[in-house]
Design a protein around this ligand. Structure first.
Ligand SMILES: [Fe+2]
Length: 293
């Protein structure tokens, strides 16, 4: 059973692969921040809520990745609650199969990740400040996905989605998923200035001070981007990927190949946007070249 942790007067979270925030509103009603990453976490969250006779009034998704929205269908069917997300994430939350298209540039080889992708999402509304009960705050956390957000509960507890990952995640994934590298670096550098009593990242332990981990994320992403700058000159995307696998030992599976491939392209795209490299077609291959500066 995943642990149900109390981390503020009325703030709790389900401690699982993707932590789920729970805020008790009173009158046996709660707001969920994300909704679980797989069947077991959804079932455990349902158990903890039912045990207290708490009903879900609203779900807010920090972003549309499948490990944050898996419980949307279950809880909306059980409680008739509304689901909210920010612009763009709203559309992707409603149509989760689009996520697979990003990774494979086609209909996925199989559903991602590991068969967990749902056939259809649930109706998702646009999150605005007016929708939130008093005392909640929204913070834009761009980079990891199109338009990820953090949510602060009235207890001064921030749920910050996948804006920062653990050192262990960087070590094991080698090139962990971030969609826009430069935005992710800026978000990580900005996070230490955010005021709050407690920070709960989705995939890292809660912390009163996230400065060290946030700056580590900014540094590691910068190092990765510079690594791709150092190896990309005259190489095609496939050659760059093969070189990274040779250097890092990425233990690729088709799913990991797809996700890591997208992230490597994101690093290369960041370098193109900075004007440091360019991409040209040579013998039917997309080849990256350093720009003489
Ligand atoms: Fe994510």
């Amino acid at each position: 059973m995943f642990e149900f942790v109390k981390c503020g007067e009325n703030t709790y979270y389900l401690k699982s692969f993707a932590n789920v925030g729970v805020y008790y509103l009173g009158n046996n009603e709660v707001i969920l921040i994300d909704s679980g990453d797989h069947k077991k976490s959804v079932a455990d969250l349902d158990y903890h809520l039912s045990e207290r006779n708490w009903k879900v009034k609203m779900i807010i998704n920090t972003h549309s990745h499948i490990d944050h929205i898996t419980g949307n269908k279950f809880f909306t069917e059980k409680y008739g609650c509304d689901v909210y997300a920010s612009e763009i994430e709203c559309v992707l939350t409603e149509e989760p199969n689009i996520e697979g298209l990003f990774y494979f540039n086609a209909i996925p080889i199989r559903r991602l990740p590991n068969g967990k992708l749902t056939d259809k999402g649930v109706k998702t509304k646009l999150l605005t400040k007016d929708v939130l009960p008093e005392g909640f705050e929204i913070l834009s956390l761009p980079g990891h996905n199109f338009n990820m957000i953090g949510i602060k509960t009235p207890d001064d507890v921030w749920f910050i989605g996948d804006s920062i990952l653990m050192k262990e995640t960087f070590d094991s994934y080698k090139v962990p998923f971030f969609l826009n590298i430069n935005e992710s670096i800026e978000t990580a550098k900005m996070l230490p200035s955010v005021k709050g009593k407690l920070f709960v990242p989705s995939h890292a332990p809660e912390s009163k001070d996230i400065t060290e981990l946030a700056l580590f994320n900014a540094q590691r992403l910068t190092e990765l981007k510079e690594y791709f700058y150092s190896i990309c000159d005259g190489r095609s995307f496939e050659e760059i990927f093969a070189k990274a696998d040779e250097d890092f030992g990425m233990k690729l599976t088709p799913d990991k190949y797809a996700k890591s491939g997208l992230t490597i392209k994101s690093h290369l795209q960041a370098l193109i946007n900075e004007g440091r490299i360019t991409a040209v077609i040579e013998r039917s291959r997309l080849v990256y070249k350093k720009v003489n500066q």
